[in-house]
Write a protein that binds this ligand. Structure first.
Ligand code: ZN
Length: 118
């Protein structure tokens, strides 16, 4: 694929948005910056059992949101790495060219339409 610049800028934009969203429900893992971990909400009222229950519920909600965001974050980082490596736009299953309308719909797509979901 010759010109990946428009995909690169869209992916970089999405990466910034994802990092902002990730920061609302988690924090970067100090030992691995590409990994994020959920954080419990600090209420300062840990002594109250109801508050502890709320806090736990909030924590698991954050963890679920974080997992979804991390999946997409890894896909976006993977696509940026493929641009760097010069393999962007090549199907990872069959080595075909990924259709442009598929990349326009999802610039982090790893496969062509025939291999979607594989
Ligand atoms: Zn394919």
């Amino acid at each position: 694929m010759k010109d990946t610049s428009s995909y690169a800028s869209r992916l970089e934009e999405e990466k910034v948005t994802l990092e902002k969203e990730l920061a609302t429900v988690g924090r970067r893992n100090p030992s691995n910056p590409n990994d994020w971990e959920a954080v419990p909400q600090e209420t300062g009222q840990e002594s109250d059992p109801n508050d502890r229950a709320d806090q736990m519920e909030h924590f698991s909600e954050n963890a679920a949101i974080l997992t979804d965001l991390e999946v997409r974050y890894a896909e976006v980082n993977g696509a940026l790495a493929r641009i760097e490596a010069g393999t962007y736009g090549i199907c990872e299953e069959g080595s075909e060219e990924i259709e442009l309308d598929r990349l326009n719909a999802d610039p982090a797509a790893r496969t062509c339409k025939a291999h979607m979901g594989k």
